[in-house]
Ligand binder design. Structure first.
Ligand SMILES: *Cc1c(COP(=O)(O)O)cnc(C)c1O
Length: 424
């Protein structure tokens, strides 16, 4: 699929006059159309709800935008719980799918009335000790182990993943939870990341639906919801095939009718916890070319670095780049596009075919809307950039200011000797 930037050179320049590059920009129109399509695709299921995976893009403006369309929030840390609370998303609008969870986070989640999605059977005792009794609604995370294969050759290795319970533990956990007074139960699994196949959710749904039937038969427990979690991917590369959420929703519907309905479980609500699919394509990192270097290779140095978008450095992930204003120019140059970190993996692209780039050209780095800003860090004293929301009417709004040196040094505020020097 051809990758088109959602801002023009003129718009990027207009924003850059107020907010210096680099910055992250989000496309409200794209986000809204997508969340509507997601709800439409699952509209056959009465209780359907998407819980946005906050870790992908932890910005309250974007969280509130999604919440307007009915989304809850999937949290896994104190900060994410507090963010949801600040957006007035509490109660069963919170899915707490954490792992290796500190006591105070279970406690805070319960205080907000969020749904605890237990990662492990031993956490039952932790929750009891911390809360004194079990919440009425509880969910359990399943890990089938081994290699999990959905159709079309997409597979992953849950046997190697730290998340979730074995099947035996899962049954034991539901039994105990019931004895402890839990009344509403959920089931969750996240088995493959960034799938580019419409078959992943239906295959996972079949696994979980069959398990739900077994849980009903063996334990007499009728699940209230089944959470298909995240893993629906996006086309990072121009030749990747995009997922079609409508086909995915129909696929899950078919399995629902095949497995759950005949077992008398037609009231089960389907939940999803997508992050990347909700936000990834609708965010971009905007950066300016500030240097060109000709040594053993051709380099373009930009003013962003891996601290603004870590995925290429961390996993060699591909992020498409468009040189704004040169959308139709021939890609007849080969560049490494680099940031400034003193790490040789700080490259947004390696041996990438691009149009000839001049200093001050503005680059649009695609698909940075999920795990982009969110993975930001301060290595080499680099500061996190601003986030900007481009509204449907073409106006824009800063939804997070850029960090300043003062922010960077603020954790030294307890040392009088540095106050005058660092925090001026
Ligand atoms: C990261 C995460 C998600 C979202 O995954 P995506 O692949 O971004 O959709 C959902 N649930 C849990 C528990 C996660 O850790």
């Amino acid at each position: 699929m051809e990758k088109k930037p959602f801002v023009t050179l003129d718009k990027a320049r207009e924003i850059a006059e107020k907010i210096p590059t680099p910055f992250h920009v989000y496309d409200e129109k794209g986000i809204v159309e997508n969340v509507k399509a997601v709800y439409e695709a699952f509209s056959w299921n009465k209780g359907y709800r998407e819980f946005f995976a906050v870790k992908a893009t932890p910005n309250p403006f974007l969280m509130k935008l999604l919440a307007k369309f009915g989304c809850g929030m999937d949290c896994s840390s104190m900060a994410e719980l507090v963010l949801s609370e600040a957006c007035d998303i509490t109660g069963e609008g919170i899915m707490f799918s954490s792992n290796d969870t500190p006591d105070e986070e279970f406690e805070y989640c319960a205080k907000l009335g969020g749904i605890i999605n237990l990662d492990d059977i031993t956490h039952i005792d932790d929750v009891l000790r911390i809360l004194g009794s079990m919440p009425k609604t509880m969910s359990c995370r399943f890990n089938p182990g081994g290699i999990y294969e959905a159709a079309n050759g997409i597979m992953d290795n849950p046997g190697d993943a730290k998340y979730g319970m074995t099947k035996e533990q899962l049954f034991e956990a539901y039994k105990r939870l019931k004895e402890l007074g839990v009344e509403r139960f959920g089931l969750h699994a996240f088995l493959i990341s960034n799938t580019t196949s419409n078959d992943y959710y239906p295959a996972l749904a079949k696994t979980l639906f069959e398990l739900a039937v077994e849980i009903k038969d063996k334990l007499g427990i009728e699940l209230s919801f089944i959470n298909l979690s995240g893993g629906v991917g996006i086309p990072y590369k121009p030749d990747d095939t995009p997922n079609d959420i409508r086909i995915i929703g129909e696929g899950v519907h078919r399995v629902f009718d095949e497995v759950l309905v005949p077992a008398g479980l037609s009231d089960v609500a389907i939940y999803t916890e997508m992050g990347r699919f909700m936000m990834g394509p609708y965010g971009a990192l905007i950066t300016k070319a500030i240097h060109e270097k000709h040594t053993y290779k051709e380099y373009i140095g930009v003013d962003a670095c891996a601290a603004n978008l870590m995925r290429p450095a961390m996993y060699g992930a591909y992020h498409h780049i468009t040189v704004l204003g040169k959308e139709n120019a021939p890609c007849d140059h080969t560049y490494d596009v680099t940031g400034s970190l003193c790490e040789n993996n700080d490259k947004f692209a390696v041996d990438r075919k691009l149009p000839k780039i001049e200093k001050n050209d503005i680059l649009f780095i695609h698909d940075a809307g999920a795990h982009g800003f969110a993975m930001g860090y301060n290595y080499n004293g680099r500061l996190r950039s601003a986030e900007v929301l481009l509204h449907e009417d073409g106006s824009f709004e800063v939804i997070r200011r850029a960090e300043t040196l003062k922010d960077y040094f603020s954790t030294f505020d307890c040392f009088d000797e540095f106050k005058g020097k660092l925090l001026k």
